[in-house]
Design a protein. Structure first.
Length: 204
């Protein structure tokens, strides 16, 4: 199991990055809450990781904080929640925000996340409620869905708004909805990461 990586950030296209670790390039998928903490391309970064092994692929997920990875692991233990949906949940909310929504039983917030219907939200409440006490200080507490792959070479030169739309689609939003979300918050000076952050914030 690969649990942690430190290397040079070679490419980043939400939600995917390429990390050079002593000459070996690792492709990782990150929730947007971790993506926001990444340095510029060419800089060194460290990530906690989780490897999902499937018959047709090995998918490596990266997280800025250990608690993010812990929540990811807890989420994919929940019936009906695979890595793709867990990635969408962690992109829409920080660990603290998700814990608050669970403890306060805020179904309305949970169902706004793509892929989280009422039944899934209720299941999350039942299985996770009460598990978040001391989440900041403790490491509180693996079925896989298909994750769409993004070609970083083909969209590296895309406009920030197009990159933001592509990232939202990869996180499970419908193309039409993703375009509307980005258009709603679009400003000329915003980067793709800032557009994604604002679009996800507005969606909740």
């Amino acid at each position: 199991m690969i649990g942690h990586l430190t290397g040079i950030l070679m490419e980043k296209q939400p939600p995917e990055i390429l990390l050079d670790v002593q000459g070996v390039g690792y492709e990782l998928l990150l929730p947007m809450t971790s993506f926001y903490h990444l340095p510029e391309v060419g800089k060194q970064t460290s990530l906690f990781t989780h490897l999902v092994v499937r018959e047709d692929a090995h998918l490596l997920f990266g997280f800025a904080q250990k608690t993010d990875r812990t929540l990811f692991r807890e989420l994919i233990k929940t019936n009906g929640v695979g890595p793709k949906l867990a990635l969408a949940i962690l992109s829409a909310m920080s660990v603290d925000e998700f814990a608050y929504a669970i403890e306060r039983e805020e179904l309305s917030k949970l169902v706004k996340i793509p892929g989280v219907g009422k039944k899934t939200a209720e299941r999350l409440l039942v299985e996770l409620k009460g598990k978040f006490k001391g989440v900041k200080n403790n490491d509180f507490f693996m079925q896989a869905d298909h994750l769409p792959s993004l070609s970083m070479e083909t969209i590296a030169t895309a406009e920030p708004s197009n990159e933001a739309v592509a990232a939202l689609i990869a996180l499970g939003y419908k193309p039409v909805d993703a375009e509307k979300m980005v258009k709603k918050v679009s400003k000329p000076a915003l980067s793709s990461e800032q557009l994604i952050r604002e679009a996800l914030k507005a969606a909740l």
